[in-house]
Design a protein around this ligand. Structure first.
Ligand SMILES: *Cc1c(COP(=O)(O)O)cnc(C)c1O
Length: 347
């Protein structure tokens, strides 16, 4: 059966490398959203727990519930909440109107807009947000922004950080005014955290770097030390000895240039692996190979693909960047797309 292997040593090495860079293990908060970036939340969360991570971020309450007993602080990025929630669950407030959908007496984190103009309140609404949150008897555990320019060179990254510093001062003054504890502050995800040397925030929110990647558009040395955690494996279904000229698969897109041994393997786009039709994102024709250099033949099907290979099992990829180049995307997209039905096995 097709499967995903999770390299636990690489995962731990990545966390060591990131903690060393940010200067402390306590500042390391992990983003486990979207089934831990496709790695399997139920596989990754216990590893993060064993490592000593206390603060994590997930997408919704279903994800939070599945790891409820592992972490003292689980921040939930999205969703509306109808009833009481456990004390270690922290809904994110993105908008003042959303407060109607958050139970009273909850510990929340307040998201502020520092330049992406997507989610989070603007600084001019900070006073109102504090007032309304406190009126609901909610506690403000954290105030955070998301720097959307971590992967890019240019002034916007610093502009966003300065904006966050301003808001941080403002939120600190409001906390003094209301005599409440100063919230924790965080503004950087993987790319920002790893390009920055001086970390003033209480936490950094690390997602993709823990899994071995940061897709910078400029060189940052630490990225070469990170190692891919996930590899995708497929099992053979059938093998055929086919003569030159044989057409393979839907529409006969692949035509053999010589006699070949061709096998099918049990992964297709129904398993979340993108459909490969032989045309790269940039419109040119290109071949795609497995980790060990076996040619994958277009078009791939819903449940299988053909390759010039006779091995019983093949590693489709170990470093997803080879596929990113072909499909014109970032590691996040290919990894999070992998079906949750594929078994994740720790090695
Ligand atoms: C997904 C996400 C992160 C993690 O981003 P990476 O680039 O994967 O490190 C951090 N913060 C927020 C708000 C996110 O949505």
């Amino acid at each position: 059966m097709a499967k995903i292997l999770i390299n636990t040593k690489h995962y731990k090495d990545n966390l060591d490398c990131i903690s060393a860079h940010i200067g402390s293990k306590d500042k390391l908060a992990l983003v486990l959203k979207d089934n831990a970036y496709g790695h399997g939340l139920s596989s990754i969360a216990p590893l993060a727990h064993q490592y000593g991570v206390k603060n994590v971020f997930v997408k919704n309450i279903q994800e939070a519930r599945s790891i409820e007993h592992l972490f003292p602080h689980i921040t939930i990025f999205y969703g509306r909440f109808d009833g009481p929630i456990p004390t270690n669950f922290h809904p994110v407030v993105h908008d003042i109107a959303q407060l109607d959908h958050i139970p009273d007496n909850t510990r929340v984190e307040l998201k502020v807009n520092i330049g992406m103009n997507r989610n989070g309140i603007n600084q001019k609404d900070l006073d109102t947000a504090f007032e309304k949150i406190l009126k609901k008897n909610c506690e403000i555990l954290g105030v955070f922004g998301h720097n959307g320019y971590g992967d890019e060179e240019g002034k916007e990254f610093d502009y966003s950080q300065n904006c966050f510093l301003d808001i941080r001062g403002h939120a600190t003054r409001l906390s003094e005014k209301y005599s409440i504890p100063t919230p924790r502050f965080h503004s950087l995800s993987s790319s920002g955290a790893l390009r920055t040397k001086d970390h003033q925030d209480t936490l950094v929110r690390i997602g993709i770097a823990a899994y071995g990647y940061v897709p910078y558009n400029f060189p940052v040395e630490i990225v070469n030390k990170l190692k891919p955690v996930l590899s995708l494996w497929a099992e053979k279904i059938a093998t055929k000895h086919l003569p030159k000229g044989s057409k393979i698969g839907y529409s006969g897109t692949s035509i053999l240039q010589q006699d070949e041994i061709v096998s099918t393997y049990d992964i297709g786009y129904g398993d979340g692996l993108f459909r490969y039709d032989g045309i790269k994102k940039n419109g040119t024709k290109a071949k795609l190979f497995t980790r060990d250099g076996f040619e994958i033949l277009p078009k791939t099907s819903m449940d299988c693909f053909s390759a010039i290979c006779s091995q019983d099992e093949i590693c489709v990829f170990e470093d997803v960047r080879a596929l990113c180049d072909f499909f014109g995307t970032i590691p996040h997209e290919i990894l999070t797309n992998l079906s949750s039905f594929l078994p994740r096995i720790l090695v």
